[in-house]
Design a protein around this ligand. Structure first.
Ligand code: ADP
Ligand code: MG
Length: 675
């Protein structure tokens, strides 16, 4: 069989067909047309916009506004392609602050529907009515009576595109989409009154009033269930030059359907990257398959925004997209954690050569990843220990006490497994049997949450442990960076938070045999740490008055913190703050002395605060000796403290002073490549 190799003849398509194809790309369904027309009305500074719809906008869609109107002489060309009052030269594109700019909306609509414009400006004595087809004015614009503003009527959308018409069979679906677009604009523009009416229905489907508020419009449109759960925040970013205004539901609220109203420079747009980031933050808090309601309005310098990437303009590109999305994610997370403090940037003392902790490295996903950028993510990979002396990996209880006492844990099985739970204190605390009502404690919790630094939290969450340097310091890796951190400071904060959240629900570590308080206090006074001088008075007297204070306050310590002192002055139990962690018996005497002298027993809030701080300090002091037991401490740091820090700690910003970036892989590669 012979194949016909004759090339096809190239012909220029008929202009009407070309225009119709182009128009069909811009106006894909009634909701696209409505969006364009709403934007035109808003550009024309309207304060009232009424929309009237028949058959989901397929039969009729009429938008009436009270804006500036269109000049009579412009009616001739208003529906020609690329006619606009908003853009004169290409450079204006970078400064555009209105919705429209390409002059394509009305032209496109006129190619796929019957279009009528009735309009009146303030200067004109009467209005004019004009009908358009395929971009051209049909006949003359006719004078008519009317109020200032514009009425755009679109009839029989896609009458000349039967396939499209066929595809959009369901007026109910189309109406839903129209209503969705209008609702979003109404929330974003509370100063404007919007009405949406369905032909033949007495009541409007949607109505907001002029000079309303965003919250109020959300309540009217999306329901009180959402509006009463809203958190509000706004933020200005100096680095990436953006401003954001956001209303988002707290974690108590969730719905099966995700609602994200995103406006960038006043345009309703979609940003899958941003949506994904926001969803990821909520995923920590909401049940699977449940979503928040989020309204977000982002303002960027117009020159950083490329609005010209999509025919319907619903997708935009902007400079520093990844970084901005990351910042917004942090903001949202901070809000959900209960923080309303604006984010502060890392300013820390650094070792020479270290870079800023929060320096963002944007890595193009398509780029090749060099070995120097490869990140070790598995903590079972080789660690520092391998290069040091062999260690004893045991988890025997601490018995190195000079007092010959064993502080053994009597934890319930569920408590023992606590370190394996994927939960924060907050979740656990919320479920405890004894609900805490004391406002002082609730305030302490709130303050912990408010002060949590998101960046540090992120680092902690994803760190990979490297090894212990000494009693106080350990190395860990986060992404391509190696950090040195003050384990003592971090675990002290951890124990503090543990006490705050375990308040009234502390498990106990029993002290067997019980230890005499008075004697312990004497030991404390004998120790260097107490700093006793003869001017302080007789040691025995001091010890007994301290013992008296503690005995007096014993009921508080027992009730709230699980620290029991018997009536005959014996320490019977200490709070259990972390499974497998027992405080060091060596430091117990000084701790008790400090409880008597440093805790403010008079005022409730101060008392709890100082008690928790002192106790946390005690729990964070590891017993560290330069012998085999340091192996145990190494093990303890890696397997008990670090997992808990990773999972639980909500690090306050001040802990930034306790973490130093030593080096990073790219730098190391530079060094070794030279060798
Ligand atoms: P663009 O909005 O991109 O300029 P359009 O085709 O949407 O293009 O509109 C063309 C022009 O018609 C606008 O620039 C504006 O001057 C005028 N116009 C359209 N709708 C209205 C309206 N509701 N009120 C006043 N002027 C309008
Ligand atoms: Mg427009």
């Amino acid at each position: 069989m012979q194949v016909d190799l004759e090339p096809g003849v190239i012909r220029k398509l008929d202009e009407v067909v070309v225009n119709r194809i182009a128009a069909g790309e811009i106006i894909q369904r009634p909701a696209n047309a409505l969006k364009e027309l709403l934007e035109n009305s808003l550009d024309a500074k309207s304060s009232h916009i009424q929309v009237h719809v028949k058959s989901g906008g397929l039969k009729l869609m009429q938008i009436q506004d009270n804006g500036t109107g269109i000049r009579r002489e412009d009616l001739e060309i208003v529906c020609e392609r690329f006619t606009t009052s908003k853009l004169a030269k290409f450079e204006d594109l970078s400064q555009i602050a209105t919705f429209g700019f390409r002059g394509e909306a009305l032209a496109s609509i006129s190619h796929v529907a019957h279009l009528t414009i009735q309009t009146k400006t303030a200067q004109e004595r009467c209005g004019y009515k004009a009908t358009y087809a395929d971009g051209r004015l049909q006949g003359q614009a006719k004078p008519c009576a009317g109020n200032q503003g514009t009425i755009i009527t679109i009839e029989d959308l896609f009458y000349n595109m039967p396939q499209r018409r066929q595809a959009l069979k369901s007026p109910t679906d189309e109406f839903q989409k129209l209503s969705d677009v209008l609702a979003k604009y109404a929330v974003h523009n509370p100063q404007v009154g919007f009405t949406l009416r369905k032909q033949g229905e007495a009541q409007p489907s949607l109505k907001t009033s002029v000079a309303s508020s965003r919250e109020e419009n959300i309540r009217i449109i999306y329901g009180a269930g959402i509006s009463k759960e809203l958190l509000h925040f706004s933020h200005q970013d100096e680095v990436y030059k953006f401003e954001v205004e956001c209303l988002l539901t707290q974690v108590n609220y969730s719905a099966k359907r995700s609602q994200m109203l995103l406006f960038i420079n006043q345009r309703l747009v979609e940003s899958p990257a941003l949506k994904c980031a926001v969803d990821a933050v909520y995923a920590t808090y909401l049940p699977r398959g449940h979503h928040p309601f989020v309204y977000m309005s982002l303002r960027l310098p117009p020159q950083n925004l490329d609005v010209n990437v999509h025919p319907t303009k619903h997708e935009v590109h902007f400079l520093y997209q990844d970084e901005i999305v990351e910042r917004l994610k942090e903001q949202v997370e901070a809000q959900l954690l209960g923080s309303n403090a604006t984010r502060t940037f890392y300013k820390q003392l650094k070792l020479p050569g270290a870079t800023e902790l929060d320096e963002t490295q944007s890595v193009d996903k398509t780029q090749r990843i060099y070995p120097k950028e490869l990140i070790r993510t598995d903590s079972t990979e080789q660690k520092l220990d391998k290069f040091l002396a062999p260690i004893r990996k045991s988890d025997s209880g601490l018995s190195s006490s000079s007092l010959g006492t064993d502080i053994s844990s009597q934890e319930t099985p569920s408590e023992t497994s606590a370190s394996h739970e994927e939960e924060s204190f907050r979740v656990v605390a919320a479920r405890k049997a004894r609900e805490v009502r004391l406002s002082s404690v609730l305030d302490m919790r709130q303050s912990v949450e408010r002060q949590c630094n998101i960046q540090l939290r992120n680092i902690l969450k994803n760190l990979v442990y490297v090894g212990c340097v000494d009693e106080r310091r350990a190395l860990f890796q986060h992404e391509t960076r190696l950090y040195l951190c003050n384990t003592r400071a971090f675990s002290e904060e951890l124990f503090y938070q543990r006490l705050v959240y375990e308040f009234q629900n502390c498990s106990e570590i029993s002290v067997t045999p019980p230890l005499p308080l008075q004697e312990l206090l004497m030991i404390a006074l004998d120790s260097e740490a107490a700093g006793w001088t003869p001017e302080d008075g007789d040691k025995a007297e001091l010890a007994s008055s301290a013992a008296q204070i503690l005995q007096q306050k014993a009921p508080i310590m027992k009730e709230y913190f699980g620290l029991r002192i018997s009536e005959d002055g014996l320490i019977e139990s200490l709070p259990s703050l972390l499974a497998r962690h027992k405080p060091s018996a060596t430091h117990l005497p000084v701790y008790l002395l400090r409880l008597a002298t440093e805790v403010d027993w008079e005022q409730e809030a101060k008392c709890f605060e100082t008690f928790c701080r002192e106790t946390a300090r005690f729990y964070a002091q590891l017993e560290w000796q330069e012998d085999a037991t340091s192996g145990h401490q190494n093990w303890h740091t890696e397997h008990v403290l670090f997992p808990a820090l990773k999972k639980y700690l909500l690090p306050p910003a001040r802990l930034r002073q306790q973490i130093y970036e030593l080096t990073n892989l790219p730098t190391l590669y530079k060094v070794f490549e030279r060798c």
